[in-house]
Design a protein around this ligand. Structure first.
Ligand code: ZN
Length: 138
């Protein structure tokens, strides 16, 4: 079973994801978004932050198709894709995930040759609150 590993800084990300919301940590003083979550703003060194909801639209910025050797849970699903998504609302924020056919679909539900850099994608969430990505125009 593939499940998120949470830490103190990242826990809110997963709590919101479990509610079907994609939220990115933002500095409560200067407003800069940052990812991955961390305690201190790299722009103004403030320790106050908030979680801002984003549209969940983005573009594929890069991708890989992992090959063995892989961890056992992943090896069973290879070949699959791992994409880096540049968020439409925050182009400097890039999230790593998988492009699938629909919410909750397995990692290998979309053939790797369907993945194109620049393709528009939309976030979806599994029943367990894991963000995944689908093509806006399949
Ligand atoms: Zn700041």
């Amino acid at each position: 079973m593939l499940a998120p590993v949470t830490d103190t800084d990242g826990a809110p990300f997963w709590r919101y994801a479990a509610q079907g919301e994609l939220r990115i940590q933002a500095c409560a003083d200067c407003g800069e978004l940052r990812f991955p979550p961390r305690p201190c703003c790299p722009h103004c060194q403030s320790f106050t932050s908030e979680w801002r909801q984003v549209s969940g639209h983005g573009r594929i910025w890069s991708y890989v198709v992992p090959h063995p050797p892989l961890l056992p849970d992943y090896a069973a699903q290879a070949p699959y894709n791992v994409i880096v998504v540049e968020l439409a609302d925050a182009p400097r924020i890039r999230l790593v995930g998988n492009l699938v056919t629909e919410a909750g679909a397995p990692l290998n539900s979309l053939f790797p040759d369907r993945v194109r850099i620049g393709a528009r994608v939309q976030v979806v969430f599994t029943d367990t609150g894991l963000p995944q990505w689908i093509l806006e125009r399949p």
